[in-house]
Unconditional design. Structure first.
Length: 462
């Protein structure tokens, strides 16, 4: 109900109240802008709104008139010479965005939602990310809260454009998807309150509000607790991550290698029991026994093998030798902050893991697979491309779910289970079985230990 009409009613009521309250302050700001920088007082810029439709977002002018050219950067840092002295003060307190109350009243925007992007960034959204365009963009949101000091943060890095494109923008997409999934009146009220909180001029009151009540939890609370007031800390830069070692040089290793490199992990080498080539996508491949003899314990590793039992064996061996498993998440995967990824997990592009889900050690969530809220995925599991786990599904260790299969809510899939491609699981599946069809039927029980999974829906070990 709130999604259908409640949110719009909430926006209209607040926008009317806000316009009335801001009439005098807005007039004063307009006069100051006109006196300091001339006309136009209000700056309008094309942004992408709901369903990808363009609209004009309004702000008080904070930059010099000559900064409006089409070749100007859309990235703004704290010391940007285009910003006027008055504009710097307005931007600090977000007063330049007061005209967006008119955008909200018109229906172009909402009070809470993803910040509207320029077309060049909206075009980067693909697949499930485009769900962000299903709702109105917002004046504030989770991304606004986490990156309330964005201009200072960008000013502190050597390459602001690259940092924005590789770190901030993907993280904002993740947060926006989280909001789309959990949008509610309660969330909107908390986000609006938190936005005002960051802008309170009374430092003692901010310090008091910063102390969360015992037991407080949730994405908004975690963002507030983890975000520095002055921007002294910054997110990890992908290209500064530690080098990792991949185990396996088959078809699935190509997918893992590409994801690791895009996530900013340098891959020092690839070890394989029976290497066929000298390199894989430019990374050297060596015999595993020979390579391990030259590496010191403590090196980070990830097993890049699609077969569950082989992957389990290699994972256990590497752990026993003192090597450290690392989790790799493709930048275009979407993982809730309330989900938990255990050791050595791999998430491919467009994979989605929702709140309260747990992905066990050494498991694979492959391309565009989704794990809904409350799911428990055991160790050494392989969810092939396009798998859909509905809410509170349990998957036992070493199970293999083929491409495009679906599991209905609240079901249990035992350990060492194989589900065929495209199957729809409508009831619990026992341990050591093979199930195929729509609805899925058990066609084989008591699979022999060590037997390899069939390659239904899987190509080249992916």
């Amino acid at each position: 109900m709130y999604r259908q009409w409640g949110k719009r009613l909430f926006d209209v009521v607040l926008a009317v109240i806000g316009l009335v309250l801001c009439l005098v302050p807005g007039g004063v700001i307009a006069l100051l802008v006109w006196a300091r920088t001339g006309r136009p007082v209000v700056f309008a810029q094309n942004r992408v709104g709901r369903y990808g439709q363009p609209f004009k977002v309004y702000k008080f002018r904070t930059m010099r008139v000559e900064a409006d050219g089409p070749d100007q950067s859309t990235i703004t840092t704290r010391d940007d010479p285009r910003i006027t002295p008055l504009g710097r003060k307005l931007r600090r307190w977000k007063l330049d965005e007061l005209p967006q109350l008119w955008n909200v009243l018109r229906g172009d925007m909402s009070f809470v939602g993803p910040r509207p992007d320029v077309a060049s960034y909206a075009e980067r959204l693909t697949g499930v990310e485009r769900r962000i365009l299903d709702i109105r963009p917002g004046v504030t949101g989770l991304g606004t809260l986490k990156y309330h000091n964005e201009e200072e943060l960008l000013a502190s890095v050597p390459d602001p454009q690259r940092y924005n494109d590789e770190v901030i923008f993907p993280d904002k997409v993740r947060l926006n998807l989280l909001y789309v999934e959990h949008m509610s009146l309660f969330w909107d009220c908390r986000i609006i309150a938190a936005t005002v909180y960051w802008k309170l001029p009374f430092h003692w009151l901010r310090a008091l509000l910063r102390e969360a009540p015992p037991g407080a939890r949730g994405p908004v609370a975690e963002l507030l607790a983890d975000t520095p007031l002055k921007g002294t800390a910054e997110p990890a830069v992908p290209h500064q991550r530690e080098a990792i070692l991949l185990i396996g040089a088959g078809g699935h290793a190509r997918v893992v290698l590409d994801a690791a490199q895009q996530a900013g992990f340098p891959v020092c080498c690839i070890l394989d029991d029976y290497p066929q080539d000298a390199d894989l996508l430019g990374v050297p491949v060596r015999a595993r026994a020979e390579g391990l003899a030259t590496l010191a314990p403590g090196q980070a590793f990830l097993v890049a093998v699609g077969d569950n039992r082989d992957r389990e064996r290699l994972f256990v061996e590497m752990m026993s030798l003192g090597f450290k498993p690392v989790t790799v998440v493709h930048p275009k995967a979407c993982v809730s902050p309330l989900a938990r990824l255990e050791r050595g997990v791999f998430l491919a592009a467009m994979a989605v893991v929702n709140p309260d889900a747990v992905i066990g050690d050494n498991s694979i969530v492959n391309t565009a697979a989704s794990v809904d809220h409350g799911c428990q995925v055991g160790a050494h599991v392989h969810l092939c491309p396009g798998v859909r786990l509905s809410g509170r599904v349990s998957v036992g260790e070493r199970s293999f779910l083929g491409t495009g299969c679906s599991v209905l809510p609240n079901l249990r899939i035992g350990k060492d289970v194989v589900v065929g491609a495209g199957a729809v699981v409508t009831w619990d599946l026992p341990d050591h079985c093979v199930a195929v069809g729509v609805p899925a039927r058990v066609v084989k029980l008591n699979q022999k230990p060590g037997q390899r999974e069939p390659s239904w829906g899987v190509a080249d070990g992916k």
